[in-house]
Ligand binder design. Structure first.
Ligand code: NAD
Ligand code: UDP
Length: 316
């Protein structure tokens, strides 16, 4: 049985990755310090023989007994309000944490994959974003703690690949949504859905003309799984190219929840990217991957999850 270590396992994406690797017949070792994640996301796995959980901060020395075939480094605060609240932890998990895990991968001769992000493109001047674009990041702006940590992760991962010959993979993840997002993590979808379900106004930042492209979590996990097993060490964008303005996105959520919530316009956070859409030609060509879940279907599944969390029903 192949053995995989997944950091950030109790978080949104990490927990879905644990599920996928269990389904594929792996022995999964989840690691998390529960900074922004929750054991609720993985408690259904605790009884399984091929699942182990380590409560550990990966910015400190990481030890895992036994062999490892793969390491997926997903630990990091990921939503803007989380990393603005925890700037130093964010920089440490992206730098010291990543270095510790690369050392572990070298020791175990394991293939290493990092969760990079569309944020490495910053507020992009090239649209849609291809992997060849170097980005437009403000290193000393508020988002710099996250963006630069991720850029450093890419650089050190590539250095281990070229200098030590380590097998490495880099996935640049674009905005992803689905069940197990935290209701209060401040990202657009959980914010809009919980506001609509509580009958509150929807907080759209700026005039809502900025765009994002939202990918359903199952599609993302499938892309990551394919990338890990591919032979491609250069970064690959994984995301859904269906682009929408944040105002339209808020309106879609209101329509879906049938709540009639009004939009309340708030100040746009500093350095908020104006547009974002992945060019996924590379993923299509190399991984034979493209997203399958329409936003309408993905949002309906996610709404069901948030309704259960909040204990509310939507009018039919
Ligand atoms: P999340 O906050 O739900 O999960 C992150 C997990 O990492 C949490 O469980 C947290 O407790 C854990 N963690 C944080 N610091 C840690 C540390 N020092 N040691 C051990 N565990 C630690 O966020 P997510 O949305 O699941 O994001 C997971 C990864 O994917 C992150 O690296 C993020 O940067 C990346 N990513 C996510 C998105 C997205 O749209 N969700 C987009 C781009 C990149
Ligand atoms: N956003 C918003 N209202 C909210 C939360 C977010 O208008 O309550 C906007 C935010 O300014 C950004 C977009 O929605 O333009 C996506 O934000 P999110 O935090 O989900 O992701 P990111 O900015 O990291 O892409």
């Amino acid at each position: 049985m192949k053995r995989v270590l997944i950091t950030g396992a109790a978080g949104f994406l990490g927990s879905h990755l644990c599920d996928r690797f269990i389904k594929e017949g792996y022995h999964v070792i989840g690691m998390d310090n529960l900074l922004t994640g929750s054991k609720d996301n993985i408690e259904h796995l605790f009884a399984l023989e091929n699942f182990e959980f380590y409560h550990h901060d990966v910015s400190k020395f990481v030890h895992v007994p036994g062999e490892l075939d793969y390491i997926l480094h997903f630990a990091s605060p990921a939503s803007p309000i989380d990393y603005l609240k925890m700037p130093i932890q964010t920089l440490k998990v992206g730098s010291l944490g990543c270095h510790n895990l690369l050392g572990l991968a070298k020791e175990k001769n394991a293939r290493f994959l990092i969760a990079s992000t569309s944020e490495v493109y910053g507020d992009p001047n090239v649209h849609p974003q291809t992997e060849e674009y170097w980005g437009n990041v403000n290193p000393v702006g508020p988002r710099g703690v996250y963006d630069e940590a991720k850029r450093f992760q890419e650089a050190i991962t590539m250095a281990y690949h070229t200098f030590h010959g380590l097998e490495t993979r880099i996935v640049r993840i674009f905005n992803t949504y689905g069940p197990r997002m935290r209701l209060d993590d401040g990202r657009a979808l959980p914010a809009f859905m919980s506001q609509a379900l509580k009958g509150e106004d929807i907080t759209v930042f700026g005039d809502g003309s900025q765009t994002r492209s939202f990918c359903y979590v199952d599609d993302l996990v499938d892309g990551i799984y394919r990338l890990l097993l591919s032979e491609h060490a250069q970064p690959v964008n994984i995301g859904n190219p269906s682009e929408i303005t944040i105002k339209e996105f808020a309106e879609e959520v209101v329509a879906l929840t049938k709540t009639g919530s009004k939009i309340s316009y708030q100040d746009l956070p500093k350095d908020d990217p104006k547009q974002r859409r992945p060019d996924i030609s590379k993923a299509k060509e190399i991984l034979d991957w493209e997203p399958k879940v329409d936003r309408k279907d993905g949002l309906a599944i996610t709404l069901q999850y948030f309704m259960e969390k909040l204990g509310v029903e939507v009018k039919s």
